[in-house]
Design a binder for this molecule. Structure first.
Ligand code: CDP
Length: 281
């Protein structure tokens, strides 16, 4: 691996979708480190050690070491994103599947329960070193290739293979020697509204699925989902940021050599291309 891009920042700052688009644009591997902490949290919940987690750190660390985590990026197109963007003006973000011992847990790791507990799980030093091992081994085995690129109207030239990892401490602790470090931020209100939008579009998809099921006269066994208000989400993000900034082990910090991008007033395309431009420099 020749090139590492670390993207850190607070909750719901857009790291994950930005990192995925940057990875696809550059032909790099992608690792979502937050999803590994979320998997660790899911393991605690499933093994009934979440409610008194302070007594069960060794057990959880053992579970993390024994469980396989895979992150699969699914490109929406074989063409480079720039080609797609030139046609539609919009970048297509590839979707990502998170597998825990082969089981797809992509939805299970984004429940309100996991949201509430994940910062606590991520505060433990032993958990962090177990996750660090996974992060480094996923990066070492990431599917990367050198690509000749003409993206974003620049002169074509070869960029080496590499990996994009997003999280809280990637530029400070996981890969302190990363070639490019980005700290992605946005106003608290912008982040809460985005997360709320995401949840609402998920709800809409669910409702469409349910309507289709009813039309087919199939029994509707689904439980109606209560989605939180934008104020609830703002509070949850604020609590998580507070815990992430104030924890003892590798807290959320801006690396001294990071480029800070505040995307409150940027389009998605602008922020992605500002990062790929920096990588190509
Ligand atoms: O997507 P969102 O910004 O809500 O969160 P995430 O990236 O999935 O991360 C979930 C949680 O994992 C964070 O709130 C942190 O507590 C923890 N985390 C961490 O401690 N270090 C990382 N490198 C990544 C995530």
């Amino acid at each position: 691996r020749d090139f590492t891009i670390a993207i850190d920042g607070p909750a719901a700052s857009g790291k994950s979708s930005t990192a995925r688009a940057v990875a696809q644009e550059l032909g790099f591997g992608y690792i979502d480190s937050g999803s590994i902490y979320r998997c660790a949290t899911l393991l605690a919940l499933r093994n009934n050690i979440a409610s008194d987690i302070d007594k069960h750190w060794p057990e959880l660390i053992d579970l993390i070491g024994k469980t396989g985590v895979e992150i699969k990026i699914q490109p929406n197109s074989n063409r480079s994103l720039s080609v797609v963007a030139a046609k539609t003006g919009r970048l297509v973000v590839p979707s990502v599947q998170i597998l825990l011992d082969g089981e797809d847990v992509s939805n299970d790791i984004r429940t309100p329960e996991v949201n509430r507990l994940v910062a606590k799980v991520a505060s433990d030093g032993g958990v962090r070193s177990a996750v660090l091992n996974i992060q480094r081994s996923l990066a070492a085995n990431a599917d990367t290739k050198a690509t000749e690129t003409q993206g974003n109207g620049k002169d074509p030239h070869v960029i080496p293979g590499g990996v994009v990892m997003d999280g809280r401490d990637v530029g400070t602790t996981v890969f302190p020697n990363a070639e490019l470090k980005i700290y992605l931020d946005a106003s608290a209100m912008a982040r809460a509204i985005r997360r709320w939008d995401e949840m609402n579009s998920q709800l809409k998809n669910k409702q469409t699925e349910e309507a289709a099921r009813k039309q087919e006269n199939k029994a509707d066994t689904s439980v109606p989902v209560e989605y939180p208000s934008v104020e609830d989400i703002a509070r949850e993000l604020e609590q998580r940021d507070y815990a992430d900034i104030n924890r003892q082990h590798s807290p959320l910090r801006i690396a001294p050599d990071a480029v800070v991008i505040d995307n409150t007033n940027l389009t998605f395309e602008q922020q992605v291309y500002s990062i790929t431009d920096l990588a190509r420099e």
